[in-house]
Design a protein around this ligand. Structure first.
Ligand code: SAM
Ligand code: GLN
Length: 296
């Protein structure tokens, strides 16, 4: 029989192993990693301290807290939601019910934006970046962290998400270079921008009920739902971005699986130049799609 994680006779190490076994038995995808993160949060220790204190017994409070986390994870709530936090680009981000959990795949958008940015020089003024549908602020704040001379603005229709993004900017020491604006896509922005980035909602509406329970019951549908064919957001934001880009500036967007080619077509139709191939994520999916605004 698998021992219960609530048992305060458990040591940190045996609690971790017991929880991993319960999560595995329940078919949770990464039981070992999840158990380590949840035990670490319950005992408020980082990985190193968990190793050096492996034999220490849980206090009754810690055991109760851990069992609460375990029940939530067994009901398929993602670890990031339970902890209210997730790392992106090696930086800590707080989450709220209105923000998508930032995905490792989205780091491909940051990588491509940096590759493009490093090829062109913005002279005479500070580089300006816009992130459309900023959520937790993940993409914008990662870019501002990497480009210390840049100024950025993030938009969202969710005021709760914008508050979370603003808090994340403060925690990362980026408040002085980041502004957050409530509007639909880029409607309230004034250019010119050197980089415009976006991970918009792109799941076709009818696909949402078929997503993993972790996503469909815990990520906000406003962050996922791309309309009938999944392209509603791109149809609006690509022409807006074409207007707002500086000559030579670039638009970089995230694509869902199989969407890259159609997004490139929409970019071309907005008179943007698709001058480099889409960049694949670690799973081999073409994830980041870009186009430039050519000088007149
Ligand atoms: N950029 C974040 C990231 O990559 O983790 C969040 C991306 S999430 C897929 C899409 C975001 O777009 C959500 O935060 C959602 O609230 C926002 N959004 C949805 N419709 C919008 C609209 N009409 N205008 C602006 N933002 C919108
Ligand atoms: N990548 C997310 C998922 O697969 C979707 C995010 C989005 O719609 N932009 O669940």
């Amino acid at each position: 029989m698998v021992p219960l994680a609530t048992d305060s006779r458990h040591s940190i190490e045996s609690a971790r192993r017991a929880l991993a076994a319960r999560l595995q038995a329940a078919g949770i995808e990464e039981p070992g990693l999840d158990a380590r993160l949840l035990v670490g949060a319950a005992v408020e220790l980082d990985l190193t301290a968990m190793v050096t204190q492996a034999a220490r017994r849980l206090t009754p409070d810690e055991a109760a807290r851990l069992e609460g986390y375990a029940q939530r994870r067994l009901a398929h709530e993602p670890v990031a939601r339970i902890l209210g936090a997730r790392e992106f680009w090696g930086l800590p981000f707080r989450l709220s019910e209105a923000t998508l959990v930032p995905r490792p795949d989205t780091e491909t958008v940051v990588e491509l934006a940096l590759e493009i940015f490093r090829e062109f020089r913005v002279s005479g003024r500070r580089p300006r970046i816009a992130d459309i549908g900023t959520g937790s602020g993940a993409i914008l704040l990662a870019l501002l962290h990497e480009i210390p001379e840049a100024f950025g603005v993030g938009t969202d229709v969710s005021l709760t998400a914008l508050n979370t993004a603003r808090d994340n900017a403060a925690t990362l020491g980026l408040s002085g270079r980041a502004a957050f604006v409530a509007c639909s896509y880029a409607a309230a922005l004034q250019g010119p921008f050197d980089l415009i980035v976006s991970n918009p909602p792109y799941i076709p509406s009818a696909e949402i009920p078929k997503l993993n329970i972790e996503v469909r019951e815990h990520d906000p549908h406003l962050a996922l739902d791309g309309g009938n064919d999944g392209y509603d957001a791109y149809r609006i934001l690509i022409p807006q971005a074409a207007e707002l880009l500086a000559a030579g500036g670039a638009l970089i967007v995230e694509a869902g699986q199989g969407q890259a080619r159609n997004i490139e077509t929409l970019m071309g139709a907005a008179a943007l130049s698709v001058d480099r191939p889409a960049k694949a994520d670690l799973g081999g999916i073409l994830r980041a799609v870009s186009a430039r605004k050519m000088p007149p």
